[in-house]
Design a protein around this ligand. Structure first.
Ligand code: FO1
Length: 320
């Protein structure tokens, strides 16, 4: 495809947010659309919380707390302290600045705006230019975790219970009725050089997006579909992925991840990206005929984030 590269990034959790920040570092040289995971969204204290969308917004605006990897940098917690004093629920920590964003989202949604419109308003307010950030759907798609302890909302599993319950099944509630975001479909309709699946948990961060009907087929029309490994050297970069894989009787290796992705989405991924610590496996996969790329998938600093995106685009589009 000629002209400025058109790139879609599927972003869930911290890995997706870091990659979105890397993509933002190439502003002007690419036309990016970031699609966020709706599976973690839930209602808390009457506010609609969209953790993965907000991680992308905050990361791209360079406003994310670098230590926690979620929420606002330079946060204060007066409201949470007061909620505690009033015996309200404090298991989920919304900081003061974060609450301001949530109040604006609430006002926008209550006033009849779609989640896409509200997210766009928030992006502009945070100073984000030249990058569209949209939820995968305007209808709710929420991950429910079926465990031996019962069925629970994702944040109940993740935050309240620290991912302790053993997962028996994951349900992406609402996905079957949800429509893919129309902005995604029109972006893809105008041609897309590259779809990147960020280094995110395939079950919790990528699957809720891809569970929306027809979205895989629409994304597959891109010239190249790239998957970045969320596993490095036998460990998940962050979060419960290794534990979940063990619960499925899988070793948390890049090999198991590739097999899982190929089983879940047959013939979908054109290019696999691994960290340099998994170079031996990458070469093995290359020898079997798969396209692979080796880089720094952990992306600790700003330079590393942009470097990985640049490397991916150089492989599947042109040098940017
Ligand atoms: N994660 C936690 O472990 N504890 C929290 O109290 C918490 C609050 C929170 C508030 C806003 C937000 O955007 C994210 C928050 N997260 C918290 C992170 C969130 O649960 C996870 O990052 C994602 O859902 C997993 O990708």
């Amino acid at each position: 495809m000629s002209g400025i590269p058109r790139v879609v990034l599927l972003a869930g959790g911290g890995g997706g947010a870091r990659m979105a920040r890397g993509l933002y570092g190439l502003s002007g040289a690419v036309n990016p659309l970031v699609v966020t995971n709706p599976g973690d969204d839930f209602e808390h204290l009457g506010l609609w919380v969209c953790p993965d969308t907000d991680s992308v917004l905050y990361a791209v605006a360079d406003a994310i707390d670098p230590k926690r990897g979620w929420g606002r940098r330079d946060e204060t917690w007066s409201v949470l302290a007061e909620i505690e004093r009033l015996h309200g629920p404090t298991w989920f920590s919304l900081g003061d600045r974060d609450i301001a964003l949530h109040l604006l989202r609430h006002a926008g949604l209550s006033g009849g705006k779609t989640l896409t419109e509200v997210t766009s308003d928030l992006a502009v307010a945070l100073g984000i230019r030249a990058m569209r950030i949209i939820p995968a759907s305007d209808q709710p798609v929420r991950t429910f975790v079926h465990t031996a302890d019962g069925v629970m909302e994702f944040q109940d599993y993740f935050v309240a219970r620290g991912c302790a319950p053993r997962i028996e099944k994951l349900e992406y509630r609402g996905a079957e009725q949800a429509l893919p975001n129309s902005q995604l479909l029109s972006f893809l309709g105008e041609g897309c050089d590259c779809v990147i699946l960020g280094p995110s948990n395939p079950y919790l961060s990528i699957a809720p997006i891809l569970a929306i009907p027809s979205i895989v087929d629409a994304l597959a029309k891109a010239d190249t579909v790239v998957a970045v490994s969320p596993i490095v050297n036998g460990e998940a970069i962050k979060g419960p992925l290794a534990k979940i894989m063990r619960e499925k009787n899988l070793e948390p290796t890049v090999g198991s991840w590739v097999e899982e992705m190929k089983t879940m989405y047959p013939s979908f991924i054109d290019l696999w990206v691994f960290d340099q610590r998994d170079a031996a496996f990458a070469e093995q996969l290359r020898a079997q005929g798969d396209r692979v790329l080796i880089g720094d998938t952990v992306m600790t600093g700003a330079a590393e984030k942009t470097a990985l995106v640049r490397q991916v685009l150089a492989e599947c589009v042109v040098d940017v």
